[in-house]
Design a protein around this ligand. Structure first.
Ligand code: HEC
Ligand code: HEC
Length: 345
């Protein structure tokens, strides 16, 4: 077992009220890295999650104050019941009902990744929230604007003070609290996980087992490890969306070699996260599989692994597709989507 243990280290914070002292105890939380997972990518020592930091982060995550109109919270687009994606929305839409150009990805297991957003616009989880907050079609706010609203709120002032040693309401603590909430969001209890870890409830049917084998042979070069994502940016042959002209990773790197490369998404809870791909173009997993067999277009940056002597694409017959669809279902983690620690109410 790989454990990161932060026990017995309690931080005592003392705050002064009129004539007596109120001591509030804050405890460090334990992050348990599942046996079948890679190591943490997040620098946990730089921002160790505590109970009160986590609770503050959760409150912020679900608070519309983070947006200009007071209604759009992080949780508005990242809904727990659909593994923290925006179910049924091809593109994100935020303040004033304006639409973005990208599909909302899951935010499970963020502690295991180094780069965020479909194009890797940010390489530190702590900095990520600045993007949706300041994006005019998402939350349409400024960080200063958010901090001023929080400063004006006595309850938040108290919570910041209790959660951090240097407890002022400022951007650094604000971002740290959001990260503390997000790094605790680990999804690792699907039927697949139980199968891999030889736990009760992990018996696979013949079709599921077959699907797993097909997946390992044909998909796991990119959807690698038990996160089902290798952290790389690749062009999987999607026909470019002419209207949006989204060049993916090249938006960040400025290099033509990165045109149409997007972050390989994790497939955890994939049965709950429709629609699919960076622009949400596919409404079902069946259409994703049809795309892999028949829908790819060639281009200079198409991933080499998708070229074969017979042409481009991944050949899948009906039986293999059926297996893969059954395999997708065993990636659903009911514990995670029902975990009250992460729930809005
Ligand atoms: C209006 C909808 C919307 C809101 C509000 C929103 N997000 Fe997102 N989120 C998205 C979209 C869309 C992306 C993908 C962005 C991209 O690739 O450019 C994303 C990506 C992310 C990612 C990166 C996931 C990955 O796998 O790379 C994280 C982390 C995240 N959001 C956290 C947050 C937090 C924290 C907040 C609140 C401060 C927030 N989001 C608010 C829609 C939203
Ligand atoms: C060459 C690397 C590569 C291979 C091989 C690959 N994928 Fe992907 N996959 C990607 C990338 C990159 C994306 C995101 C593309 C985008 O949105 O532009 C993706 C997206 C997906 C999505 C959508 C997920 C979401 O949340 O939107 C599914 C489902 C998927 N792949 C399943 C599969 C299956 C099943 C196979 C095997 C038959 C497979 N992939 C093989 C790279 C790959």
């Amino acid at each position: 077992m790989k454990y990161l243990i932060w026990v017995l280290l309690s931080v005592f914070l003392v705050s002064c009220s009129d004539d007596d002292y109120v001591a509030i105890e804050n405890t460090l939380l334990t992050i348990e890295v599942p046996d079948n997972f890679p190591d943490l990518a997040y620098d946990i020592e730089a921002n160790p999650p505590t109970q009160l930091g986590f609770e503050l982060g959760k409150k912020l995550f679900y608070d519309g104050k983070l947006s200009s109109n007071g209604f759009i919270s992080c949780g508005f687009c990242h809904e727990q019941s659909s593994a923290f994606t925006h179910h049924g929305h091809q593109f994100s839409h935020g303040v004033d009902d304006m639409e973005g150009t990208r599909n909302t990805p899951t935010i499970a297991n963020m502690a295991f990744f180094n780069e965020f957003a479909w194009d890797g616009a940010t390489s530190h989880l702590d900095l990520f929230p600045i993007i949706p907050i300041t994006n005019e079609v998402e939350m349409g706010e400024t960080i200063t604007g958010v901090i001023n609203k929080l400063i004006a709120d006595n309850e938040y002032q108290q919570q910041f003070e209790n959660a951090f040693e240097e407890g002022s309401v400022n951007a650094e603590n604000f971002l740290k609290a959001l990260s503390q909430f997000m790094v605790m969001m680990i999804s690792s209890n699907s039927k697949y996980d139980k199968y891999v870890r030889n736990e009760e409830g992990g018996e696979l049917t013949e079709t599921e087992l077959y699907g797993l084998q097909v997946f390992q042979q044909k998909c796991s070069t990119c959807h690698a490890t038990d996160l089902f994502a290798d952290g790389s940016f690749r062009n999987n042959g999607l026909p470019p969306n002419v209207q949006l002209n989204d060049v993916g990773r090249a938006e960040v790197s400025g290099s033509d070699n990165d045109n149409y490369k997007f972050k390989v998404p994790s497939l955890r809870n994939v049965a709950l996260t429709a629609p699919y791909m960076h622009d949400g173009r596919f409404g079902s997993l069946e259409s994703v599989l049809d795309f892999y067999t028949n829908g790819m277009v060639d281009s200079e940056t198409l991933d080499d692994s998708l070229r074969t002597e017979e042409g481009i694409g991944i050949a899948l017959n009906d039986e293999e597709k059926e297996g893969l669809l059954a395999f997708f279902e065993i990636l659903t983690d009911e514990t995670f989507i029902n975990d009250e620690r992460f729930s809005e109410y």
